[in-house]
Design a protein around this ligand. Structure first.
Ligand SMILES: Cc1cc2nc3c(=O)[nH]c(=O)nc-3n(C[C@H](O)[C@H](O)[C@H](O)COP(=O)(O)O)c2cc1C
Length: 221
């Protein structure tokens, strides 16, 4: 009787040890995971002329607990004249005075850069940002906003009319050029998400941003 009791106790002791080891292992791995999350600090850098990219960036930052930084451009880009010079600046790939110009990205391991599309290029202030800064060692995600979707013509195959095939190739090349600009600035480019903003209400842009959050989370997982 006593020997049976001892046997049961030994078994229980063994189970207890296993539970303890398992609990310690779970604790260690969850600490490592949260340390990793802690170090994966994210910064969203954005430029916005008319507020859409700003709204998207702020919604995203609130939902993924990221820091946010707005790039300001000292050139007056308001009104029709501002629209025209902005379109020309982007077309000609010129630069513009921005603030801040040089960024301290030391605390961040993930940087999301959000920009409107101008003349099918990244906006001039973000073009300058890429030229003046290096993103080596950071994971980079590019967010672009434009009137139409950059993949709008992707559905068209060889049988489609010439103009649609032409536009498909044109937008593909423009997308590649924008991504190349990110890659040239260093860092590890991990994704591009595009927002179609024409005639969208703020609520619709926010809804679209909620889908983007899933995309960003998937890219970072
Ligand atoms: C100068 C300029 C050029 C633009 N060029 C394009 C373009 O080539 N294709 C497009 O679909 N939208 C174009 N747009 C529309 C903007 O990309 C779009 O409205 C964007 O979401 C505006 O973002 P914001 O409100 O943050 O400035 C242009 C807008 C401006 C001001």
């Amino acid at each position: 009787m006593i020997s049976i009791h001892l046997f049961v106790s030994k078994q229980n002791l063994l189970k207890l040890c296993c539970c303890f080891i398992l609990a310690v292992a779970i604790q260690i791995s969850s600490n490592a995971f949260s340390a990793e999350r802690e170090s994966a600090k994210t910064l969203i850098i954005h430029y916005s002329r008319s507020g859409k990219t700003k709204l998207i960036s702020e919604t995203l930052a609130n939902n993924i607990s990221a820091d946010i930084l707005e790039i300001k451009d000292s050139k007056d880009r308001s009104g029709l004249w501002g629209f025209i010079i902005s379109g020309l600046d982007a077309f000609r790939h010129v630069h513009t005075p921005i603030a801040p110009e040089k960024l301290d990205l030391t605390p961040y391991s993930v940087v999301i850069i959000a920009t409107p599309i101008w003349s099918w290029n990244v906006s001039t202030p973000i073009h300058t940002l890429f030229e003046r800064n290096r993103f080596d060692g950071k994971k980079l995600i590019l967010l672009t906003t434009a009137n139409i979707h950059i993949m709008k013509y992707e559905q068209f195959g060889e049988e489609a009319p010439f103009i649609k095939r032409y536009l498909k190739d044109y937008l593909r090349d423009k997308r590649k050029a924008a991504v190349s600009e990110v890659i040239r600035a260093g860092g590890d480019f991990i994704g591009h998400y595009h927002f179609e903003t024409q005639a969208k209400t703020d609520d619709q842009l926010i809804d679209q941003t909620l889908q983007c959050i899933e995309y960003v989370k998937e890219k970072l997982s």
